[in-house]
Design a protein around this ligand. Structure first.
Ligand SMILES: C[S@@+](CC[C@H](N)C(=O)[O-])C[C@H]1O[C@@H](n2cnc3c(N)ncnc32)[C@H](O)[C@@H]1O
Length: 427
């Protein structure tokens, strides 16, 4: 439906959907109020809706595809929704403080203040920081609505109200307040130092603290493979009968252990580069008493084994070369096998993600964890929101036929269900 809109109209519609007034939209985008009014009339007509309130649904559709916050669930107790919203607002606020501190300490805020609308490359050259970090910081700032983003030119702009509040030595400046009230997280200090020095840090280097935390806080693939069954109807039966399943980047191994318990006739092997993750997963499998599940320290691009089904949950964007993983998986499952990957439910285009629930949090976590890891590995710094279009293209480039499934039960992720060479799934 949004294909009917121009880039500019999509930008305006995104802000309207967030509840901004015409004046606020005008300030954000640096255009006149009359211009916004004109765009809104056009948007309503092109979307075939009659009110600003309907723009939100027309734009983002039902909650299924979007990362729906807990507040979107019907409350079981009075007050539950408000408390969920309160917690989410607190989380957003504290992350915004941290991102603003990082953006200020790395010179990004100053560069934005002093330049006309600028691309990530321009901000990188003005600050001397790596463009992968400049892009990630700007994306976070855009998600928090600190800067506006013009998709047609890929430029970011600090609008006058934000510029005023983020200018030092003005009586209304927030900079000192932000600096003095943001909790000093050693991980942020390290990130700031890394960004200034142009380095990265591998996730596994922080094991037992940051990496462990991240693995624990990420939404679990609670419903396992269930969403994929819609695109691969024979898969559940195959698992019942017994097939061989491998997981690329099995992390803490929870998905495989759960699957091994559910499908005792199938055989499961998790591969991960991280020895600690492999050791902990193997211990968990033993404690869970599942005899059909192993964890192996291995680079999945080097596997001689074949599997009927390969999984890669939330791992492709973190690898320095996701193309190599996908090509290896295509080889491992051919002929006739199946590949199921999950990635955060997002578009590859920033402007399509802006204003979606929890996107700020996703972009912030990506800046703080995924991008430094990718930089350390010499990757492209794709970030956790590299998105549906890029993932689909990558799978197609490896000769896989792919279907994207969105799940109501796991709204945070897109499920990519791909078959090798268009052959049928195992049955
Ligand atoms: C973000 S974690 C995801 C872990 C798990 N799938 C989950 O959903 O919690 C990515 C994992 O992929 C692993 N990994 C990255 N590249 C790999 C490769 N080439 N071979 C095996 N594991 C890899 C990392 O060590 C890390 O444990």
């Amino acid at each position: 439906m949004t294909d009917a809109l121009t880039e500019r109209q999509r930008e305006v519609a995104g802000l309207v959907a967030e509840g901004l007034t015409n004046r606020q939209v005008a300030e954000q985008l640096g255009i006149s109020k009359d211009g916004v009014k004109y765009h809104v009339t056009e948007i309503l007509s092109r979307l075939g809706v009659s009110s600003r309130a309907s723009v939100r649904e027309a734009l983002w559709g039902p909650p299924e595809g979007a990362a729906a916050p807990p507040a979107a669930q019907p409350p079981s107790e009075p007050g539950e929704v408000d408390f969920a919203k309160h917690l989410l607002d607190a989380m957003r606020g504290s992350l915004l403080q941290r991102v603003l501190r990082i953006a200020t300490a790395t010179g990004v805020v100053e560069a934005l203040r002093e330049s006309p609308p600028a691309s990530a490359t321009a901000i990188a050259s003005a600050t001397g920081i790596d463009v992968r970090y400049a892009r990630a910081i700007l994306q976070s700032l855009a998600a928090h609505r600190v800067v506006s983003y013009r998709a047609a030119t890929r430029q970011f702009r600090l609008a006058p109200p934000q510029r005023a509040l983020l200018t030092p030595e003005r009586p209304d400046s927030f900079l000192d307040l932000i600096d003095s009230t943001t909790p000093r997280d050693p991980a942020d200090d390290r990130l700031i130092a890394l960004i200034r020095a142009g380095g990265g840090v591998r996730l596994e280097a922080g094991m037992a603290n940051e990496w462990e935390n991240l693995i624990h806080i990420l939404p679990r693939p609670a419903h396992g493979l269930a969403p994929a069954f819609r695109a691969a109807p024979g898969l559940a039966d195959s698992l019942e009968r017994g097939i061989s399943v491998g997981e690329a980047g099995s992390g803490r191994g929870r998905l495989l252990i759960e699957l091994a318990r559910t499908y005792p006739r199938s055989r499961f092997t998790g591969y991960d580069l991280n020895p600690t993750a492999v050791r902990l997963s193997a211990a968990d499998a033993e404690e869970a008493d599942v005899g059909n599940c192993d964890f192996v320290e291995a680079d999945v691009t080097q596997l001689p084994e074949r599997h009927d089904l390969m999984l890669a949950f939330g791992m492709l964007h973190d690898t320095p070369n996701p193309g190599a993983i996908v090509e290896a998986v295509a080889r491992i499952i051919a002929p006739g096998g199946l590949f199921v990957a999950t990635e955060i439910a997002a578009s590859s285009r920033l402007e399509r993600n802006l204003g979606r629930p929890l996107m700020e949090v996703m972009y912030d976590l990506s800046l703080m964890h995924c991008v430094p890891h990718s930089v350390a590995c010499g990757g492209d710094g794709l970030g956790a929101l590299w998105g549906q279009e890029a993932t689909r293209d990558l799978l197609a480039a490896a000769g896989l036929d792919v279907e994207v499934v969105r799940s109501q039960s796991d709204a945070f992720h897109n499920y990519f269900v791909a078959t090798a060479g268009g052959r049928p799934a195992p049955n």
